[in-house]
Ligand binder design. Structure first.
Ligand code: AHG
Ligand code: MN
Ligand code: MN
Length: 333
């Protein structure tokens, strides 16, 4: 494995390439990698250990049933980031309010992290790929003070870094700090992430579309027309695209990043504002998609231009290969 670069060495080599890209930001990314290894280990042995599989018995603020592993992952990320000292506060899917870290070291931290600790709740207990999604901002509050809601409600364009960890057939961490997209694979022998996917680029177009088609009668008829276009022979490949929907956003996004494709979660009758959360699902993936040459929109505007109003804001999400997202948008005009 000598010829592969370890995540920590790669981070060290990137420092100073952007003014925000400093030792402290590397520290945050390393802490996220550490927490993800803990979560990865827990996911891998979940079927063998009491207390890891099944529902927690409560709901999160969004009225969704929390799984035990949602809570385990949330705690792992919070505790590692709190101890790390580079982060002054966090917001997560599993917590109604953001958390301002009170210890003096964390108060000096320059960054906040917003995250979905475990994405793909319907797949957690069934051994199907799931993930963690994260978004990193510089704080706007005063260093030394407690973090504030303003730190959390920044527009996606302000992100200094974002990424995800995919707990799939292999475990990967993919991130961007605004200069391309870097993918690392976890070697289970050494428990280190190694650079396996350099400068990831999303193919300009592809033949995969991902949508929960159970909702097809519940959304804008123009979306239905686009799905029919994907399924027809009248598209740019003169043959139907393949439908692929895992139901874990991270996994669906990752496939499209590598193979080319589009992911759609429009507004539905059940979720009139959209299902996915702007701050810790859509913004980080939007940042990665753009850095990889793709596009992300809510149907009318660039995801990363949207000013959030609340932590758990939901939004319609179209993300993927540039020409496919543009084509989908042409149906919405
Ligand atoms: P989470 O498990 O973090 O709540 O996110 C689930 C999301 C996303 O991963 C997935 O693409 C989508 O919800 C699935 O929703 P449907 O079951 O409605 O298709
Ligand atoms: Mn999610
Ligand atoms: Mn989740």
């Amino acid at each position: 494995m000598n010829h592969f670069t370890k995540l920590n060495d790669f981070l060290a080599s990137r420092q100073g390439t952007l003014k925000e890209y400093n030792e402290e930001l590397s520290h945050v990314l390393k802490d996220l990698a550490t927490a993800s290894k803990i979560v990865n280990r827990d996911i891998c042995r979940a079927g063998l250990v009491d207390g890891f599989i099944g529902a927690q018995g409560g709901q999160n603020i969004q009225g969704e049933e929390q799984q035990k592993l949602d809570v385990i992952a949330d705690n792992a990320f919070i505790s590692i980031l709190e101890k790390g000292g580079a982060v002054c506060g966090i917001a997560s899917e599993e917590n109604e309010d953001f958390v301002a870290f009170k210890n003096p070291k964390s108060r000096e931290g320059n960054y906040v992290v917003l995250f979905d600790p475990l994405d793909g709740s319907s797949n957690i207990d069934v051994n199907v790929s799931i993930g963690t999604i994260f978004s990193i901002y510089q704080r706007v509050s005063q260093k030394g003070e407690l973090s504030t809601i303003e730190d959390m409600l920044q527009t996606g364009a302000q992100q200094v870094a974002a990424g995800y960890v995919l707990y799939g057939s292999s475990t990967m961490m993919v991130y961007t700090a605004g200069q391309g997209v870097h993918g690392f694979t976890l070697d289970p022998n050494t428990n280190d992430f190694y650079l396996s996917h350099q400068d990831m680029k999303m193919p300009e177009k592809g033949r995969y579309y991902a949508m929960n088609e159970g909702n097809v009668n519940e959304c804008d008829p123009r979306i239905v027309d686009y799905i029919k276009y994907c399924q027809s022979r009248k598209n740019d490949y003169d043959s139907p695209y393949s439908g692929r929907y895992i139901g874990s956003l991270v996994a669906d996004f990752h496939r499209n990043l590598i193979k080319g494709g589009i992911y759609i979660y429009p507004c539905t009758k059940e979720a009139p504002e959209g299902r996915l959360r702007l701050l810790y699902e859509c913004n980080p993936l939007a940042f990665i998609s753009e850095q990889a040459g793709g596009l992300s929109t809510d149907g009318t505007q660039r995801i990363m231009n949207i000013k959030p109003n609340k932590l758990h804001e939901r939004i319609a999400f179209f993300t993927g290969s540039k020409s496919m997202v543009e084509k989908a948008m042409s149906f919405l005009k």
